[in-house]
Design a protein around this ligand. Structure first.
Ligand SMILES: Cc1cc2nc3c(=O)[nH]c(=O)nc-3n(C[C@H](O)[C@H](O)[C@H](O)COP(=O)(O)OP(=O)(O)OC[C@H]3O[C@@H](n4cnc5c(N)ncnc54)[C@H](O)[C@@H]3O)c2cc1C
Length: 525
C-alpha cells in the first residue's frame, strides 16, 4: 500500500555518502527544507569496529544484498549502507584528479573522452572539499600535481621512521614520492590516535573525515534539515508531462509512502543510482529516467587495483600508521609503456591476521613473517569507459553487473614498473593479493555528465537533460575515472552542484561562507 505524505520539501537527497553527505553540508544553513533519505542507519561505535575478523571475515558492516555477475552468479558487493555510505570504511586518501584527466586521453587500450568541464572549473571546489574534509597534504613534491589556488589546509601526516626511510630510498632510486593527501584529524588536539585499524575499518573515535561526521551530522544541526534512516527510495515518480519528478516512493518501516519536493538529488552511489533511474521507467521514459541517450547503467568503471606486498626479509617494518606515502611517477607512463599507467599508494599496514585472511593457505608463522617484513602498496590504474560494462535489472528487479576491465596492459606496465622500482630499494619478493568483483570499492560512470544530450544523461552541472528537477551527485557522473581515488572529486562535484542549486533557490550567501561556518561549528562541538 502506498500512503501519501502530508509534508513537502524543497529538496530530497537520496543517499548520504560522499556525494549526498557533502551536498547536505553545503546546503544545511540555507533555510531550505531538506530531507535526506538513507537506506542504512548510523554505524554503531563498538568494539567490533576495530576487529579485523569482524570487519573482513564476518563482513559485519557490509551490505546484505546480493548482486548478480554477468553469468548470473550472486555476490555481495563491497558496499556499506550506512549514514556516510562507503566513506564510513574508506581509507580517506583524498586526492585530486590530474589536470590531464579532464581532457580526451590516449591510453594503451583506447582513447577516453574528456569531461564537460576543465580542471580549472573544479579547482575552487577541490579547495572547499579539502577544507571540509580536513585534508592533510603537501604541494611541490608530487610531479603530476595539478595547480592549486590555495595550499593544503593542513600539513601532511608525518611518516613513521620506516616510511620516511623508504621515501629516501625511493628518491635515491630516482622516484619522486610525495605525502599521500589524507582526511584524518591528526591536528594537535585532534581525535586521531593513528592506529592500525583505519583503512577499511570504521573509525571508532570518529577521527576519520567521512561524509557522516563532516557532512551529514553538521547539516542536521540546522532545524530545516531532516534525516530519515532505513528509508529505501524505490522509484522516482514523474508528473504527467514526464518533465518533472513529483515524488519519490520510499519504503520505510514496512510501509511505502510518497514524498514530494521541488528538487530531487540522487546520490545512491554509481550502481544504486543507475538502478533507481532504471527502476523508475514509465510511459514517458520507457528506458528509465534521464535515459533518452541510453547511457544510464552503461560505462561502469571501477579502476584496476592490485594489492602488492613488497618483502625485504632483512628489514622488519614496525609501522603502525603506514598509509602516508604515494608515488605518481608512472601516472603518465612507465619506462617501457608511454601511456598513462597509474599511481602507487601505501595502504594500512597488513597484520599477520589480515595476511592470513587474504592468503588462508599460509601458516600462522608464515603470515607473521610476511606481515613483519613487508610494506603494502595499492596499485591503481584507470579503467576505460566501455558501454557494454553496465548495470542492468533482471525481470524480477535484481541488480546485475557486467564489468570486464579495460586497459589491463597499462596496469601490468604499472606493476612491472613498481616492482622494478621497489627491487632497487631492496625488496626481493612480491606477493599479490587478487581483488575480485566483490572487492571493488571505486564504482563510477553509470550516469555520466556531458555537454551533449545525445551521449550523456546529465548536463555540465549534473542536472538531468530530460527531467528539469532531477540532479545526481555521486560517482556515477564521472565520464572517466582517472587513476586516483574518487571521493574528493565526488565531493568537489557535489559542492559545484550545490552552488547551482543555491542559485536556483535564490540563496545569496556564498557557499564558501556556509562551509566556513560549518567547519567552525564542527570545531566548537
Ligand atoms: C574499503 C574502502 C576503502 C576506500 N578508500 C577510499 C579512499 O581512501 N579514498 C577515496 O577517494 N575513496 C575510497 N573509497 C571509495 C569511496 O568510499 C567511494 O568512492 C565513495 O564513498 C562513493 O561516494 P558515493 O556518494 O558515490 O556513494 P556512497 O558513498 O556509497 O554513498 C551512497 C549512499 O546511498 C545510499 N543509498 C543507495 N541507494 C539508496 C536508495 N535507493 N535509497 C536510499 N539510500 C540509498 C547508500 O546506503 C549509501 O549510504 C573506498 C571504499 C571502500 C569500500
Amino acid at each position: 500500500m502506498t500512503a501519501g505524505s502530508s509534508k513537502s520539501y524543497d529538496l530530497v537527497v537520496i543517499g548520504t555518502g560522499m556525494g549526498g553527505g557533502t551536498l547536505a553540508a553545503a546546503l544545511g544553513d540555507t533555510g531550505l527544507r531538506i530531507l535526506l533519505l538513507e537506506r542504512g542507519d548510523f554505524l554503531p561505535c563498538e568494539e567490533e569496529n576495530w576487529r579485523p575478523d569482524a570487519v573482513f571475515l564476518e563482513r559485519r558492516y557490509r551490505t546484505r544484498e546480493f548482486w548478480l555477475d554477468e553469468d548470473g552468479r550472486p555476490f555481495v558487493p563491497a558496499l556499506h549502507p550506512w549514514v556516510g555510505g562507503n566513506t564510513k570504511v574508506y581509507g580517506a586518501a583524498l586526492v585530486r584528479m590530474r589536470r590531464e584527466d579532464f581532457h580526451p586521453r590516449e591510453h594503451i587500450d583506447g582513447v577516453t573522452p574528456g569531461w564537460p568541464i576543465a580542471y580549472e572549473d573544479l579547482e575552487p571546489h577541490y579547495c572547499l572539499a579539502e577544507h571540509l574534509y580536513l585534508v592533510h597534504g603537501e604541494s611541490g613534491t608530487d610531479p603530476t600535481e595539478p595547480p592549486r589556488s590555495r595550499p593544503y589546509p593542513y600539513p601532511p601526516v608525518p611518516h613513521e621512521p620506516y616510511v620516511a626511510e623508504l621515501a629516501e630510498r625511493l628518491r635515491a632510486a630516482g622516484a619522486r614520492p610525495s605525502p599521500l593527501p589524507l582526511g584524518v584529524d591528526v591536528r594537535p588536539h585532534g581525535r586521531c590516535i593513528r592506529c592500525r585499524t583505519c583503512d577499511g575499518f570504521p573509525c571508532r573515535v570518529l577521527a576519520k573525515a567521512d561524509a557522516d561526521v563532516r557532512g551529514v551530522r553538521p547539516a542536521l544541526g540546522f532545524p530545516t534539515v531532516e534525516l530519515m534512516t532505513r528509508a529505501f527510495a524505490r522509484r522516482l515518480l514523474t508528473d504527467a508531462s514526464g518533465r518533472r519528478i513529483r515524488a519519490v516512493e520510499v519504503e520505510t518501516g514496512g510501509k511505502v509512502r510518497e514524498i514530494a519536493a521541488e528538487e530531487f538529488v540522487v546520490a545512491g552511489g554509481a550502481v544504486h543510482t543507475a538502478a533507481l533511474l532504471l527502476r523508475s521507467a514509465n510511459d514517458r521514459h520507457p528506458r528509465g529516467l534521464a535515459n533518452g541517450a541510453d547511457v544510464v547503467g552503461r560505462h561502469l568503471m571501477a579502476h584496476h587495483h592490485t594489492l602488492l606486498m613488497a618483502i625485504d626479509r632483512e628489514r622488519p617494518n614496525p609501522t603502525t600508521f603506514q598509509k602516508t606515502l604515494a608515488v605518481f611517477d608512472f601516472y603518465h607512463g612507465t619506462p617501457d609503456v608511454p601511456f598513462p599507467a597509474g599511481s602507487l599508494q601505501l595502504i594500512g599496514k597488513r597484520t599477520a591476521e589480515t595476511v592470513r585472511l587474504a592468503f588462508p593457505e599460509l601458516t600462522a608463522e608464515e603470515a607473521h613473517e610476511l606481515a613483519a617484513h613487508s610494506v603494502d602498496w595499492w596499485l591503481l590504474t584507470e579503467d576505460l569507459p566501455d558501454p557494454e560494462n553496465r548495470v542492468t535489472l533482471t525481470s524480477d528487479g535484481a541488480i546485475q553487473v557486467r564489468w570486464r576491465p579495460a586497459n589491463r596492459r597499462a596496469h601490468e606496465a604499472l606493476r612491472r614498473a613498481a616492482e622494478e622500482l621497489l627491487s632497487s630499494c631492496g625488496y626481493r619478493e612480491f606477493l599479490v593479493q587478487p581483488i575480485g568483483l566483490d572487492g571493488i570499492a571505486h564504482y563510477c560512470g553509470t550516469v555520466r555528465f556531458g555537454d551533449d544530450p545525445a551521449t550523456s544523461a546529465l548536463d555540465p552541472v549534473c542536472r538531468a537533460w530530460e527531467v528539469e528537477n532531477l540532479w545526481v551527485v555521486d560517482g556515477s557522473v564521472f565520464p572517466t575515472s582517472g587513476a586516483v581515488n574518487p571521493a574528493l572529486t565526488i565531493a568537489a562535484l557535489a559542492l559545484r552542484t550545490a552552488e547551482e542549486l543555491r542559485r536556483r533557490f535564490g540563496i545569496q550567501r556564498s557557499i564558501h561562507e556556509t562551509i566556513e561556518r560549518l567547519v567552525n561549528g564542527i570545531e566548537r562541538d
